[in-house]
Design a protein around this ligand. Sequence first.
Ligand SMILES: C[S@@+](CC[C@H](N)C(=O)[O-])C[C@H]1O[C@@H](n2cnc3c(N)ncnc32)[C@H](O)[C@@H]1O
Ligand SMILES: [Zn+2]
Length: 277
Amino acid sequence: MKQLSKKEASIYYIKQYISIFACPFCQMEMQLNDTGTMSCVNKHSFDMAKQGYMNFMTKPVVSMYSKELFEARQQVIASGLYDPLQQVIADLLTGEQRILDTGCGEGSHLARICTQLPNALGVGIDIAKEGILAAAKFYSEKIWCVGDLANSPFQSESFTTILNILSPANYEEFKRLLNPNGKVIKVVPQTDYLKEIRVQAFADSEKESYSNAQTVERFKESFAKVNVQRITYTVPLATELAPKLLQMTPMGWHIENIAAVELPQITIDVDILVGEV
Ligand SMILES: C[S@@+](CC[C@H](N)C(=O)[O-])C[C@H]1O[C@@H](n2cnc3c(N)ncnc32)[C@H](O)[C@@H]1O
Ligand SMILES: [Zn+2]
């Protein structure tokens, strides 16, 4: 039997879940044809790329995140640095999950969380095409979309969980997308997040310290029920991952001589905010 191309496999997969999509212009239902064009009755249409992701942006967006940044992120996440964080998130999710990762980047968090949830549907959206391209290349049996999380191409109440990891948020849109018992899980950096890089990038400046207090406050105002859990850990870092880590975070871009930086260990320190409507 002929092997399906990446695009054909994606068309077949997305057709099963076509009911979650809504036109980002007129909010009408969508259809997906056999060549990978998704369209509404008002003839707004969006194409699937050959790598199997859907593109809902009508104009390209200039992103500060490059292909190299997403590839570096993928390697750092593959090393297991974020495994304890992913585990806490996976443990919060039970039953038949439909998960939307907003600002998913190159998709590793969603893919790795979903390996623990065999019945989950995983959908990732990011405005940066380079991120989604990397996600679609590496992870199949997921739905990857280039699009704006503030005006997403999905029907109301389509998801049980919205993930929002180290990314900007739009709580009104998240509430529209969640089903009645759904939850938003937002991850925000805490004071010691990647502190070993921070001290070298911003020594003696006010950026050396960091506060997420405003973000947490806004989250608390936006949801009726909120739980905040902090997780902190420091782990050894393989020598070859240090330049990747510096490349994957805007903080690292402030360091001129990357080769001189030593990062024998690295700290992850984040708040996990869980909100219910
Ligand atoms: C710091 S990265 C985090 C990526 C990923 N969640 C991770 O932790 O590896 C922030 C991401 O948010 C995305 N982003 C920013 N504004 C967005 C928007 N309006 N809609 C969708 N994604 C957006 C960026 O393209 C970027 O991939
Ligand atoms: Zn439309």
